[in-house]
Ligand binder design. Structure first.
Ligand code: IMP
Ligand code: MG
Length: 181
């Protein structure tokens, strides 16, 4: 049973829903009259993105990218591999990258540079979570859901070994779950 693996809930379903609404409102104001393209970084973005786009009251388009950063399950290495690229050109578009979490920042600093070389009108980042303590590469995150301490979290799209993504809240697992296997 999944619930037995949870040590504590860090951000509840209600807190997430409230913050996503606020972000949606802010994005609606900031992107009014622009050609908004939401780019989701799969798979971590899936729950956040699906709630966020419903809170943005503007016409927009969506595209997705699948990336993998080489490394162990809980530490990323900074080498980013694009497994699935965008389907359409982003030239002239106002791109908003939607991510689950910025940790070292290595994944996003690579992606932002990669995107900028494709001549979009603008590129900004919206991340559900920000873990600033472990930052190795500087990234400007214009829209942050929650700043969190340096703990490995799962739920609401975030995984540990591909599990726990479907939990409706963000939580920390019991230490024995992270050490086994
Ligand atoms: P970064 O390149 O270190 O910023 O790593 C970003 C990616 O690492 C995220 O998109 C997640 O897939 C993963 N990641 C980093 N911290 C966590 C965490 O606490 N829980 C789950 N995944 C994480
Ligand atoms: Mg991810």
């Amino acid at each position: 049973m999944v619930l037995e693996d949870i040590k504590s809930i860090m951000i509840s379903e209600e807190e997430i829903a409230k913050r996503v609404k606020e972000l949606g409102k802010q994005l609606t104001e900031d992107y009014r009259g622009k050609e908004l393209l939401i780019v989701g970084i799969l798979k971590g973005c899936m729950l956040f993105l699906s709630d966020l786009v419903r809170a943005i009251e503007l016409p927009l388009t969506m595209d997705f990218m699948v990336v993998s950063s080489y490394g162990t399950t809980t530490k990323s290495s900074g080498v980013v591999r694009i497994i699935k690229d965008l389907e359409r050109e982003i030239e002239g578009k106002d791109v908003l990258i939607v991510e689950d979490i910025v940790d070292t920042g290595l994944t996003l600093s690579y992606l932002v540079e990669n995107f900028k070389s494709r001549n979009p009108k603008s590129v900004r980042i919206c991340s559900l979570l920000d873990k600033p303590d472990r930052r190795k590469a500087q990234v400007d995150i214009e829209y942050v859901g929650f700043k969190i301490p340096d703990e490995f979290v799962v739920g609401y799209g975030l995984d540990y070994g591909e599990n726990y993504r479907n939990l409706p809240f963000v939580c920390v697992l019991k230490p024995e779950i992270y050490t086994k296997k």
